[in-house]
Design a protein around this ligand. Structure first.
Ligand SMILES: [Cu+2]
Length: 470
């Protein structure tokens, strides 16, 4: 760990490098700004995956910290420095910045060129478990992602918290994975309108991964987190996978699910929780009083593959953990989503505007779309207006589940298959094959915003659109 002085000097040095673009000029003198600014470097790194070296990306502060832990009420004042050899841009997943700072190339602004940097400065409206990831090309598949934790009044002083970042990993370069997905397959087209596809079995895990990671490690050499016997621990679980959903298996522990995507829900006690791509779960567990090793595992849906970490209380012996679960995890359902209730729901209000978005596609051609339109930059944005309550009706007409993410706004899940309820406030919702989910949000952050499937190759293949009110 470098000394505080070394960190200060490196911050000072960084402030001498001209920014490639300064989006919003921050207030204060330049000395004040550099003193309170966090530097994030997009960089190359090497990790060990089951004994083999893997070249991946990382988002790190100069002292090596991955991502950011900050406090609500502080400004999000960050300089991103691009130290890799291609353009990149980082999206602050779940935050509500001014739209030009949202980090989506071609929508919010241009990517940061190699060697360049970009400045970010906006207030943090709420706390919770968020994350950051590249929205450029397929960089997310190479682990260009990191935690973004905002502590708030829900967090107890002195509580132990453990961040668990889940990721899927392949030694095959992402561009090659994408080419293989697009190769013609002897399969029926999935684009049948009217949800007729729903009766068939869901189609899961179309990319076959070499490993599943928790905090960059596999179960052959998992992270071992020291915990106090009898103490409460907050697990902040982030599914940063490109394509993979899991069931979190708490094993011999039980936990209270207290927040999803950073937003508080009425607590749900359990030991088995689904987490779709890009979603987060905050789970409070209490470690038993005896010495022991407790596993927190993530089992890939429709598979026996798993990853996870070990919570070691006292001088516990760490068991060897097989990489395969005894029984496969089921496909994710809306079972939990339908039971979630927001602790602070949106004000009850009639929608001023409703957009129906059919999630469409053709598995054989690996073409993915919204209302049959494959995204390109000439697709007109969905109109909305400042101050409106907007509802998006999401109807999945394909055989694959789609975790749908809205940028720049938190939304509430208000309906599943015709049944209205006061569901979770969140930023990413799973729409399984043949299902209909309605989300509501307030148009309170004018700009040009992305709305898309968070499965990386679906997003890249066109299941993406925008909303605009500026
Ligand atoms: Cu999708």
């Amino acid at each position: 760990m470098p000394s505080r002085r070394a960190v200060m000097i490196s911050a000072l040095m960084a402030s001498l490098v001209p920014a490639a673009r300064a989006q919003i000029p921050p207030a204060g003198t330049s000395a004040e700004r550099s003193a309170s600014r966090t530097i994030l470097r997009l960089q190359n790194t090497t990790i060990d995956v089951n004994g083999k070296a893997a070249s991946v990306y990382a988002i790190r502060q100069p002292n090596g910290t991955a991502g950011i832990i900050t406090d609500v009420g502080k400004p999000f004042r960050v300089r991103v420095e691009n130290k890799i050899s291609e353009p990149s841009l980082i999206h602050w997943h779940g935050l509500t910045p001014p739209w030009q700072q949202d980090g989506v190339p071609g929508v919010s602004g241009p990517p940061i060129p190699p060697g360049g940097s970009a400045e970010y400065d906006f207030p943090l409206r709420f706390g919770g478990t968020f994350w950051m990831h590249s929205h450029q090309g397929l960089q997310e598949q190479q682990l260009m992602a990191a935690p973004l934790i905002i502590r708030d009044q829900r967090d107890r002083p002195g509580q132990q918290e453990i961040v668990i970042m889940l990721a899927d990993f392949s030694f095959t370069p992402p561009q090659q994975i994408f080419e293989q997905l697009k190769k013609p397959k002897p399969m029926a087209s999935m684009g049948s309108p009217g949800g007729a596809a729903a009766a068939a079995a869901p189609d899961l895990n179309d990319v076959k991964y070499d490993a599943f990671l928790a905090n960059d490690r596999t179960l052959a050499d998992p992270e071992i987190a020291k915990v106090e016997p009898g103490a409460p621990v907050l697990l902040r679980i982030i599914n940063s996978s490109s394509m993979s959903a899991y069931h979190i298996d708490l094993g011999d522990l039980v936990g209270d699910l207290i927040a999803v995507d950073g937003f508080q829900v009425k607590p749900i006690l359990g030991r088995y929780f689904p987490v779709a791509v890009a979603q987060r779960l905050d789970i409070r567990v209490t470690i038993p009083r005896d010495t022991g090793a407790h596993l927190v595992l993530a089992v890939l849906e429709g598979s026996r593959n798993r990853t996870g970490i070990v919570l070691a209380a006292g001088s516990a012996r760490i068991p060897r953990i097989p990489e395969m679960a005894a029984t496969p995890s089921a496909a994710l359902t809306l079972g939990l989503e339908g039971r979630l209730r927001a602790a602070k729901p949106l004000e009850v209000r009639k929608a001023d505007r409703v957009h129906t978005l059919n999630l469409t596609g053709d598995m054989a051609a690996y073409s993915w779309s919204i209302n049959g339109v494959v995204w390109n930059k000439d697709v007109p944005p969905l109109p909305i207006a400042t101050g409106e309550r907007v509802e998006l009706v999401l109807v999945n007409q394909t055989l694959m589940p789609h975790p749908m993410h809205l940028h720049g706004h938190e939304f509430q899940v208000v309906e599943i298959d015709g049944a209205r309820f006061s569901g979770a406030v969140r930023d990413t919702v799973l729409v399984p094959p043949g299902r209909r989910v309605v989300i509501a949000f307030d148009a309170n952050n004018p700009g040009w915003w992305a709305f898309h499937c968070h499965l990386l190759y679906h997003l890249d293949a066109g299941m993406f659109t925008t909303l605009k009110y500026v």
